[in-house]
Design a protein around this ligand. Structure first.
Ligand SMILES: [Fe+2]
Ligand SMILES: [Fe+2]
Length: 169
């Protein structure tokens, strides 16, 4: 089964397409690009680990939805939400800690997910989120970290290029 066959319904869903407008990890990256790249990476890893075909599909779909939390985490609105809490409660309500659980809940409202997929999405921010308890969760957390680190390096390169181009103007 190809990547597109596994994911077509999600990739073309209007709420998933909305993520094209949500910035993520700086530079020209969006939440949409990050999610598709993470799903492709999770798919490759699952195949490399010889997971069963139905579980390759499951982890690929979970990876596509792992950041489907549905808000702009860099917006003033989200900043105001976090500021409603103080001390340790503010820390535990920060985006990095809560968005996996939000994404799992929201994804479950629009797409059919099993318990293993929901657990994988919830724990993808490990060690800031609960310990991954199944193979899908480990594949997803690994794919997310791999893709995110590449994106952050690309964003640094993009900033540096912009800086030098502005100097020449
Ligand atoms: Fe995430
Ligand atoms: Fe992510």
């Amino acid at each position: 089964m190809s990547f597109l066959e596994m994911t077509e319904d999600i990739i073309n869903h209007p709420l998933f397409l909305e993520m094209q407008e949500m910035p993520h990890h700086g530079g020209e990256n969006s939440l949409y690009i990050h999610s598709v790249d993470t799903a492709k990476c999770a798919c490759k890893l699952a195949k490399a680990f010889h997971m069963r075909e139905d579980r390759v599909r499951a982890v690929t779909r979970a990876a596509l939805l792992h950041d489907f939390f549905g808000y702009d985490w860099q917006s003033d609105r989200h900043r105001r939400f976090t500021k409603r809490y103080t001390g340790w409660r503010r820390v535990t309500h920060m985006h990095a800690f809560i968005h996996g659980a939000h994404a799992a809940h929201r994804a479950g409202r629009f797409f059919e997910l099993d318990a293993r997929q929901r657990a994988a999405i919830t724990s993808h921010m490990f060690p800031l989120a609960p310990f991954p308890t199944n193979s899908e969760a480990w594949v997803l957390t690994l794919a997310d970290k791999w893709v995110a680190s590449k994106e952050v390096s690309a964003a640094v390169g993009w900033q540096v290029r912009n800086f030098y181009q502005n100097l020449r103007k």
